[in-house]
Design a protein around this ligand. Structure first.
Ligand code: CA
Length: 438
């Protein structure tokens, strides 16, 4: 291991050793979770719509308009368009929604969802992820207005990513997972039909990438255009690629303040959960690196002391934060699967301003034990992790699976949860982060 890698490893391990009780000792958070809506399955998206209302999507298909007091009315229903196992654990479904930057004028919005395989996809592959444009009419959307913008074929049901967001540059960003199964490597030689994998470092697939496209200027026979300064706009890789080395981006959002940075989280394999700031042309390491370690794709709990294969002159972008996965660190780990959130820019909770608010899905695969976190950038640019312990839900977890976060027009944040960790019942809830009672 070279000295730089050793230094990174030490940073990562020291972060993992910080105990939850140490965070709690910092005192009251001043934050509470206020229950806004119930009776949902797995609420996967909450995003601003208009007139103080937000769009709320359930991963299993229904999309609602929600008023500030939690009243829901139907907006659209993707149920019939999905390939999904309702009732089971599933990473497919309605995965991303973003309004066009000029939505007020053109009423266009974009949805990323898991569809049946398109023609020509090998039979052994699982599904096709569609990113489609729709046009709202009043307070509902006719799915017949669909214009498919981009399709990504998926070999497995898991690691889809599918979060989408418009950047301050007006382009649409999409996080795509590595294709699934595990380790970004084929599970056995007999299964080579799903590819040799190594998708994260392969610049000729959109799997394992952050993608950036221009939905307003279709060009070169495609339903979208390529921003001129995309890293491979002139060759060397697929022109849609903005950043690579990505595993499973379950969370991607632009900071609405500061430098408008793009925050992304990487659900890890077995040892490290990550938070990244995505930069153009950045290589985020997967599957050569997990967190700050050299990853071993053949034995995921045993990191290597050198890269699994020679990355050549590749330079990797370090995560801004990591925490240990309980699978590898049963005493010092802090969760199982990171859920991305937002940089807080609202007014109600000034103590959170500028912090990245996110979560771990649950400390237990079958029990609801999600944990909220803050990431804080220090004066030296380094980030520190702390548990965010709502006074309404004191303790090591909030007694729910944390499916997603949402943000309204005021920059206030919402936590989207359910009690099953699967897509089966109506235990899903929406909570707003509010000031706690004095
Ligand atoms: Ca990484």
């Amino acid at each position: 291991m070279n000295s730089l890698s050793r230094q990174r490893l030490c940073v990562a391990l020291s972060l993992a050793a910080v105990s939850l009780s140490a965070f709690a000792a910092e005192g009251r958070s001043g934050v509470a979770l206020k229950l806004i809506a119930t009776n949902l399955t797995a609420p996967s998206i909450l995003t601003d719509f208009d007139g103080g209302r937000v769009l709320v999507a359930e991963q299993v298909g229904p999309v609602h308009l929600m008023t500030p007091d939690g009243q829901l009315r139907p907006f659209a229903d993707f149920t019939s368009k999905l390939k999904i196992n309702v009732g089971k654990f599933d990473e497919r479904g309605v995965l991303g929604i973003a309004l066009h930057p000029k939505f007020a004028a053109n009423r266009k919005f974009y949805v990323c969802y898991s569809a049946e395989k398109r023609a020509g996809v090998p039979a052994v592959w699982d599904h096709t992820m569609n990113i489609s444009e729709f046009t709202a009419q009043g307070d509902s959307a006719d799915l017949g207005t669909e214009r498919v913008v981009l399709q990504v074929d998926q070999p497995y049901f898991n690691h889809n990513g599918g979060r989408i967001a418009f950047g301050p540059d007006g382009f649409l960003y999409l996080g795509v997972g590595d294709g699934g199964h595990k380790n970004d490597i084929n599970k056995e030689d007999a299964d080579m039909a799903r590819g040799p994998h190594g998708n994260g470092q392969d610049l000729n697939t959109l799997l394992g990438k952050i993608v950036r496209i221009d939905v307003d200027k279709p060009a070169a026979g495609k339903p979208y255009g390529i921003p001129l300064d995309n890293p491979f706009a002139k060759g060397g890789g697929l022109p849609e690629i903005y950043a690579w080395g990505i595993r499973n981006p379950w969370g991607m959002s632009f900071d609405r303040g500061g430098k408008r940075e793009l925050f992304e989280v990487e659900v890890g394999q077995s040892r490290w959960e990550e938070v990244n700031i995505i930069v153009k042309g950045g290589n985020y390491g997967w599957n050569l690196r997990e967190g700050a370690e050299w990853f071993n794709p053949k034995k995921e709990l045993a990191p290597l002391d050198k890269p699994y294969f020679d990355p050549g002159p590749a330079r990797f972008v370090d995560p801004i934060l990591v925490y240990g996965n309980l699978a590898a660190f049963p005493t010092n780990g802090q969760g199982k699967s990171v859920t991305g959130g937002y940089v807080y820019r609202g007014k109600a909770l000034p103590q959170l301003t500028g912090k990245y608010i996110f979560a771990d899905w649950s400390r237990h695969f079958s029990l609801p034990q999600g944990v909220l976190f803050t990431g804080t950038r220090g004066a030296d640019g380094k980030w520190t992790l702390a548990q965010l312990e709502p006074e309404s839900h004191a303790g090591q977890h909030i007694a729910a699976f944390v499916w997603a976060f949402g943000e309204d027009k005021d920059g206030e944040l919402y936590v989207l949860t359910n009690q099953s960790g699967a897509l089966g019942n109506k235990s899903g809830k929406i909570w707003k982060l509010v000031k706690s009672a004095p």
